[in-house]
Each structure stands twice: as C-alpha cells, then as structure tokens.
Design a protein. Sequence first.
Length: 276
Amino acid sequence: MRDIGLHLRLQKELCEIAQRATALTLPFFQCFLRPSGSQDPIFFAGRDINQFLRRYRPTFKNLYLHGSYWINLASVTRTKHHVLTKELYWAKKLQFTHMILHPGSARGATDRMQGIDAMVRVLNTIVKDEKDIKIVLENTAHGKMSIGGDLRDFQQVLQKVDYPDRIMFCIDTAHAFAYGYDVKNPQGQDAFIALLDQTIGINRIALLHVNDTHETLGSYMDRHHIVGEGQIGDEALQRFVLHPQLCTIPVLMEPPIATVAQEHGMLKKVLSWHTT
C-alpha cells in the first residue's frame, strides 16, 4: 500500500502530535518544530523527547520536518543561517529523516540568478558532510524574486551544487498551479510532469504535497484548501497522484486548519483512489 500522510500542527509537545498521527494510523507525518507563525526558540522537555523517541518514533517509517518560513536560502544579504542550523540540529536529534525547505527569495539581489548562487552556497555547506537527514527542496507559488516556482531554477541548482545526488525535491500541486503550471487539465499536467523529469528527474522526488487551492491559475498566491474542494479538484489530483511516473512516490496533504473528521475524510478519499 502506498504511504499517505498528513501535515500536523505542533501545539506544544512532540508526544501530542505523535499521538494524533497514531490515532490517524499514519505511516508518516510532517510538521514544523514551532507553532505556526512563531519565532520563539525551539524547546522540548527532556521527558517529552525521551518518550517521543522511545514510544512513538519506531512507529513511523519516515518523518518530515518542514523548515520554518523564516529560513531564506536565496538571500544574498544573509551570510549566517542560524534558524536553519538550529532546526537541522533538532531534526537530527529527534530522528527526522527528511528536512523540507522552501528556497526563499533573492532578497538584496539584482537578478534571480544571484539568489540561486546564494542558495547553492548554503546547500554546499549543509550537504557536504550531512548523512543523517535528507535535504528536500520544495517548489513554491510565488513569482518575482522568489526562487523555486520556475522548475528551471532547480535545474540550475543541480548544475551548480557540488553534491547534486544529495539533493531531493518535494512537489506541491497547489504551488505549481498558483505559479502557472496548469495541473488541472490533462495536457497541462502531462507537460508539467515531463518538465519535472527534464529539470530535476522523477527519481529525485522524495514526496508529493497533494494540495488543492483557493487561488486561480497563475495567481502566485499560496493558499491551500481541502483536497477536492478547490480550483484543482478531485479528478485532476487523482490523475496526478496515480500518474505512472509518480505512483510510487509518498503522498502528503497539507490542508488548512481541519477537523478530525475532515482529516479522516481526506485520508479515506486519497486511499480510495488507489483501490478503484
């Protein structure tokens, strides 16, 4: 059976989020290490850490940490990345297997290539000796000086980075649609998947973020919606998930704040796509 997970929101304790994942019978989950929008220092009590690692961690095949939005790999004005360093430390301490990062914006640059070069310098530093956790770059929704909406940005990264085999990718359907890739219609979806293979290689995709969106095609707005209730819709998302080139890649959904019933409903729906 294909692995299908959810993004869960951390409130305070690791064990609380692990209990929720267990109750949903998730094979894996994704989370931030801070409550949404918080810049507070990361802190977990020793009791919470020990119980999480001993009782819950063996339950899950993989764990995906989503890096904070405060991390900006593409900034040309930032030489130190303290938030990234701290979150990477915690990801390894808590035995997460993957860390997902948005590339960020080429802040302070005169062109986007300077942002890509800044990003490459950070990635070279991270992955040079990193063996405990996989670094995963996610496509984004935004335009202008943001990096990673255009899939060719990632092609440039792979050409420039010292260790391309150590970089993986996460593809988000809502982000792709908002950026302007028409994954709703079959022809546009096939073209997008062909471009994925051409620019990054399907074999480098570690995770699919299967999300719907409130926003229209090419809006550059990052707003997720419950799967099947947005502009993309069930039919297109099902076709994307079951596409022959993507059908073995783990799937994860990142809905807006949802009820337990809605979470169960989404999981049941996506699982049903694999049995019809």
